[in-house]
Every structure is written in C-alpha cells, then in structure tokens.
Design a protein around this ligand. Structure first.
Ligand code: 1CP
Length: 359
C-alpha cells in the first residue's frame, strides 16, 4: 500500500510520534553513526570505494544506510552522507584522509577568501545525489522506519572551513569572531542560506525528520553561542518549516543537537525545533528542567558505556529511561558510536530500550 505522497505506508512511526509529543507503544531508539565502521559489512563496502564516492552514489548510500536496520530493530534510518557536503557544494575541496578524517587542502584564511565561495543558491543542484539517495532509501525502507535527513549547523561547518580539519581548540575559527565579526556573520549567513535550501530539498526528496548537528557547540560558551550560533539555528528552523509548509507538505519535525552545549539548552528550547539532542554530560533530569515539558529530548548514554558488558548496558539503559520517562523521548547515545565497538553491544542497547519501555 502506498501513501498519497507515493512512498510506502509507514509500519513503524514511533520516532515521528515521539518527536511530535504523541503516545508511543515503546520508546523509539536509533544511534548516531549507526551506519559506519563498527559494522564489518560497512567496512567491506568502504574498502571498495572512496568515502565521498560512496556518498555520491545513491545505490551505495542506500545500501549502507539500511545495513544497521537489517541487524537491529532500530526505529529510524539516517541517510549515509556527511555534513561536509555543504562546503563541497560551496566550492571547497574536502578529502577523507585514512586515519585522520576530513581534510580541506585549502581552508579559508581570512575574509578575502569568502569570494572563493559559490553562491548558496546553486548549492542544491550540486547535491542532487543526496536527494536521490533519500528518495531511493525511503522507498527501499518499505515503511519499516522513518528516514532522517541531516546537515551540520552553521558554526560547526564554519569551523571545518577555517580549521581545515578537526581541532582541539578551534582557535583559528574562533579568532574570526574576535578579528572579523562582520565577515564571520557573512560566512555564517552563506552557510545558513545554503543549509535551508538543502534541508528543504531533503524534505521534498523523502526525509521525514531533519537533524541539525551543532557538533562543536562546546567551543563557544554562552556569549559566542548567542551571537554566532543561535540566530542561524533559528533562521534554519523557521525558514525550513515555513518553506516546507508553503510547498504543501505536512510539518517536518526537526532536531537540534548542540554537542557540549549544555549552556544553550534553555535558549534552544525557545526555538521551533521539536527535538533537542542531549550529550552524556547533562543529567536527563536537568535537561528536562531546562527545556521544559514541550520539547522531545533525545540521548544520551555515554557512547563508551557500549564497551561495558551487556548486563551493565541493560541496567544503564533502565536508569536512562527512568530519568527521561517514556513520553517526549527518543533513546540514543550521547554522541556517535565508535568504530571499535562490538555490534552485539549495540544490539543489547537497542533491545534494552524496547524491553524497559514496554507499557
Ligand atoms: O550513520 C550515520 O550517522 C550517518 C552518516 C554520518 C553522519 C550523520 C556520517 C558518516 N557523518 C555524519 C555527520 C558528521 N560528520 C558530523 C556530525 C555528527 C558528529 O558530531 O559526529 C561531523 C562532525 C562530521 C565530520 C566528520 N566526518 C568527522 C569528524 C571529524 C573531526 O575530527 O572533527 C569524520 C571522522 C567524518 C567521516 C565520516 N563520516 C561518516 C562516516 C561513516 C565517517 C568515517 C569515514 C570513513 O569511513 O572513512
């Protein structure tokens, strides 16, 4: 049976129900980086092909997106791609270096480099492959679970464009805020405009929830966050929701994940995001106090708890569920799963969420 939008009817929509604050039979669970190197079947595909070629080939992206769902009873799929496809679409080169992660051979050095960037308006034509991967994957999922689309948040993307790779301090990127505040806002605006079009394109292509990763929130602190992150996170949520509704689609739930940004939770709760992701450094009780009753929380077991034995994983999950409660809650880790983790321990995590949250 197909729904009126042409996609297969949903057999499991717990994630979307929880995001909208509706009742669920059991708490939905998925895991950040669930399609990744901890799975031998992923490593097998990855060995044959460059990382970005995988992202750019819809059949391959679809295949590895579905891999974790074949093993575990997960309540969501997240499309296999990367946040750094936005800088690529803005004209910057990004390479995936083995053992090192993403590297930009020519990062932005100063405000004069902003002229190197392509117009954010053209970004979507360059990212058609992500839209194609989403449409294919949504069909292949057969309604088994909702499909999550995503992007990086503007500050997190800016950080990579200036640092050129991961960094412990982000001091190059942060120096822009103090030396070139106007150019910083200009850059953040370019990234935000591109991200709005990109996320609307993802919704049109079949994504059913959109997550915005502010993975480097921790580097900002409350002042810089309010000045250089919050306004752009607001712009993205407001404009995406407005444009999706203008297109005649139903409201698309959106999640913001401010990794390390406990100081930002109250401010973020005032925006229109439906779900707020919590990392493992924040106690669930405090998170709920800070965001109030009208947001869904997502998280937050320490990813390293998956190194523990299955009994410990089970009791940690029970404690996590007791603290978050079973309403307005999506279970996840507090950040992505690591490549050296045992898939069987992820199975124990997923099973424990369903077992302990049954009515
Ligand atoms: O299963 C999934 O989660 C889907 C795929 C996915 C997602 C959602 C990948 C594949 N990347 C991302 C998002 C992403 N990429 C984030 C936000 C989430 C987070 O905080 O982890 C970030 C910061 C990136 C940037 C990135 N890409 C890094 C971090 C670099 C650093 O040191 O700061 C790395 C290592 C990558 C590479 C990458 N992306 C994805 C995978 C499977 C990999 C490993 C690369 C490989 O296979 O060689």
């Amino acid at each position: 049976m197909a729904e009126k939008n042409g996609f297969p009817a949903m057999k499991n929509d717990r994630l979307l129900r929880a995001a909208r604050g509706e009742e669920v039979d059991v708490v939905p669970v998925w895991v950040m980086r669930q399609a990744g190197r901890y799975l031998p079947e992923f490593r097998e595909e990855r060995a044959k092909c460059d990382f970005f070629t995988m992202c750019q080939t819809p059949e391959l992206s679809c295949k590895v997106t579905l891999q974790p769902l074949k093993r575990f009873p997960l309540d969501a799929a997240i499309i296999f791609s990367d946040i750094l496809v936005i800088p690529q679409a803005l004209g910057m080169e990004v390479k995936m270096q083995p053992g090192e992660g993403p590297v930009f051979p020519a990062p932005l050095r100063g405000p004069e480099d902003l002229t190197r960037l392509s117009s954010p308006v053209d970004v979507c034509s360059k990212l058609q492959y992500v839209f194609d991967a989403l449409t294919l994957t949504r069909k292949e999922l057969q309604g088994r679970a909702p499909l999550i689309g995503f992007s990086g948040a503007p500050w997190t993307i800016m950080a990579y464009m200036i640092e050129g790779k991961g960094s412990k301090t982000m001091s190059n990127a942060k120096s822009w805020f103090y030396k070139y505040p106007d150019a910083s806002h200009q850059l953040l605006k370019i990234i935000s405009d591109a991200t709005v079009s990109y996320l609307v394109g993802q919704a049109k292509a079949g994504a059913q929830l959109l997550q915005v990763f502010e993975s480097h929130a921790e580097h900002l602190g409350p002042y810089l966050f309010r000045e250089f992150a919050l306004p752009y996170l607001k712009q993205i949520c407001d404009e995406v929701k407005e444009r999706v509704s203008q297109l005649g689609f139903e409201d698309i739930p959106m999640t913001v994940f401010p990794k390390g940004g406990h100081f930002a939770l109250k401010d973020l709760a005032a925006l229109k995001y439906d779900v707020i992701g919590i990392d493992w450094t924040v106690d669930p009780i405090l998170a709920r106090e800070l965001v109030g009753p009208n947001k869904t929380l997502q998280g937050n077991l320490d990813p390293c708890a998956l190194y523990a034995d299955k009994k410990f994983i089970n009791s940690s999950v029970k404690e996590m569920l007791d603290k978050f409660g079973r309403n307005r809650y999506i279970a996840n880790l507090g950040h992505g799963i690591y490549p050296d983790m045992d898939p069987e321990h992820l199975a124990a995590f997923v099973e424990a969420v369903h077992e302990h949250s049954k009515k």
